[in-house]
Design a protein around this ligand. Structure first.
Ligand code: ADP
Ligand code: MG
Length: 266
């Protein structure tokens, strides 16, 4: 069987895949991220949990250039996100350099956001052709392999509206992987699914983890975090409250806020 992540771009080596140092983000007067420090190592499945409104999505969006941080440092694979440092000065990257950085990062949202007028196959082929200028033949070959691998080899000609939520989310994962990212961000990928469809999406994510993909997963699926996660961070109100091995944090939370949150989701 082909691997989901066989073409993961090699990490530049030696450093964390993601490193946040005192990252702050505000929207107007609303201070959302209040000094986030964390490190995600290559090949790690890093679970980010916390109550709604704690800043999880904002943090992922900062990693993926959808938001700009106001203070601190954020690195992906050793490179500052959105900036170039010269001496002690920071310069904003040009649009072209930003898209080059974004290309290495795949993101999967709660809502699948597939192109409705394109088949599953066309959805997966689109970015490699448009962004990477791959030939149709090469893009089609990989798209077919990826759709096979997420269990949709017999659905490649279907349009999103003809697929279940779980199938659409698997297409969305295949579409992100088609760009051969070195980092995958998942923002509550199963939260919008009917309960009976959650498992098939988590299974694909489990395969991807086994293939060695570096993943940051925002989720309320604590059994996934416990079984697949390498580390877990509990975030509340824009700060990291505690972190550790998922089993450790889930079985033996140290802080009241973590205990109270876990008592609601476990
Ligand atoms: P989570 O994903 O943990 O539920 P979010 O990162 O979505 O939390 O949101 C954290 C806080 O930031 C919330 O109070 C939310 O209203 C606010 N927020 C997020 N995005 C914006 C935005 N674009 N403009 C203003 N406020 C925002
Ligand atoms: Mg969110």
């Amino acid at each position: 069987m082909t691997s989901l992540a066989k073409d993961i771009a090699p990490s530049t080596g030696g450093q964390p895949m993601v490193k946040a140092e005192a990252v702050h983000k505000s929207f107007g007067l609303s201070h959302v991220l209040k000094g986030i420090d964390l490190e995600v190592n290559p090949r790690e499945v890093f679970c980010l949990v916390g109550p709604s409104g704690s800043g999880k999505s904002t943090f992922l969006r900062c990693i993926n250039h959808l938001e700009k941080i106001n203070a601190g440092r954020l690195y992906v694979d050793g490179r500052l996100v959105g900036y170039r440092q010269q001496g002690d000065k920071l310069y904003e990257l040009k649009e072209k350099e930003v898209s080059a950085q974004r290309r290495d990062i795949g993101m999967v949202f709660q809502r699948f956001n597939l192109f409705p007028h394109m088949t599953a196959l066309e959805n997966v082929m689109e970015a490699p052709i448009q962004v990477k200028r791959e030939t149709k033949a090469v893009a089609r070959e990989r798209a077919q392999q990826l759709l096979d691998r997420v269990g949709l080899g017999d659905r490649i000609g279907h349009y999103p509206a003809q697929l279940s939520g779980g199938q659409q989310q698997r297409v969305a994962i295949a579409r992100a992987l088609a760009m051969q990212p070195k980092l995958m961000l998942f923002d509550e990928p199963t939260s919008a699914l009917d309960p009976e469809l959650v498992g098939e999406v988590l299974d694909v994510m489990r395969d991807l983890a086994a293939d060695g993909m570096t993943m940051i997963v925002v989720t309320h699926e604590m059994s996934f975090a416990r079984e697949v996660g390498d580390s877990l961070v509990f975030m509340d109100d824009g700060v990291v409250v505690e972190s550790g091995h998922p089993r450790e944090v889930l079985m033996n939370p140290q802080h009241e806020r973590t205990k109270s949150f876990l008592s609601k989701v476990l």
